[in-house]
Write a new protein. Structure first.
Length: 247
């Protein structure tokens, strides 16, 4: 889709209308995504004060899990899967906190779902996605009685979810559009158990050609009501619901 930045949108339109410019435009696009100086300059000019949540160290959220299991199927690291740093944090958090009921928004290939199951084998896991993408990870989970891969919209499933027991661990990694993130987050906040934790993925900068990454904007709105943090060294934001009587 065309970029939202007006200057880049004009360049995009010109490149499409004048064939010789297409190759130049694609080279510029590839260069701008890979060059660290251009990246730093873009973020300083266009994304100042965008990532505003306070930092928290991962060790303040859970004890160390000692050992983590990672599922390994080709392709090992698809672009849309959680990065290894973020996945290690997520799994350590779930295992260290001994999560019993896990809810995931955004199954995709189910790599994270399988990883959560391997590290929390006694936990019940429900994972939502509007698409079903075939993968070895999904196949490995089909026969697992404690895992439900629900082919449905998370937000549209609000009423049946409210009738279930609350969840003590929720991972939100679905649509990154502003209204979708806010809607999914509001529902997750309803479903989280006392003492439970919500993790959002992709709390990060945009790039120059994609303005759909609105997780930071959505969480900035929520942070006016809830104490949210970004986990140091990751692209994960968290909210921990305090147990009654705990300060």
């Amino acid at each position: 889709m065309p970029p939202q930045n007006p200057f880049l949108r004009s360049l995009h339109s010109a490149a499409r209308k004048v064939p010789p410019l297409v190759k130049t435009y694609r080279k510029l696009k590839a260069f701008s995504r890979s060059d660290p100086l251009v990246t730093a300059a873009y973020r300083k000019v266009f994304e100042r004060r965008r990532l505003t949540l306070p930092l928290i160290d991962p060790e303040k959220l859970s004890p160390a899990a000692d050992a983590i299991l990672l599922p390994s199927c080709y392709p090992l690291f698809a672009n849309e899967d959680a990065f290894l740093n973020d996945l290690l944090f997520l799994l350590n958090l779930a295992k260290g906190r001994q999560a019993k009921r896990i809810l995931e928004v955004g199954t995709y290939r189910a790599r994270t779902t399988l990883a959560l199951h391997l590290n929390c084998p006694q936990a019940f896991i429900a994972s939502y996605d509007v698409q079903v993408l075939a993968s070895p990870y999904r196949e490995a989970l089909q026969a697992e009685p404690g895992v439900e891969l629900r082919h449905a919209s998370f937000s549209a499933s609000a009423n049946p979810l409210r009738a279930e027991a609350p969840y003590d661990f929720i991972f939100v990694d679905g649509s990154h559009r502003l209204e979708d993130v806010k809607e999914d987050s509001r529902l997750a906040l309803e479903l989280i158990a006392a003492g439970g934790v919500i993790v959002w993925h992709d709390y990060r900068h945009n790039d120059y050609f994609n303005k759909e990454m609105k997780v930071p904007e959505a969480l900035t709105v929520l942070s006016r009501e809830y104490p949210l943090h970004v986990v140091r060294g990751t692209m994960c934001a968290v909210y921990e619901r305090q147990s009654p009587g705990k300060t």
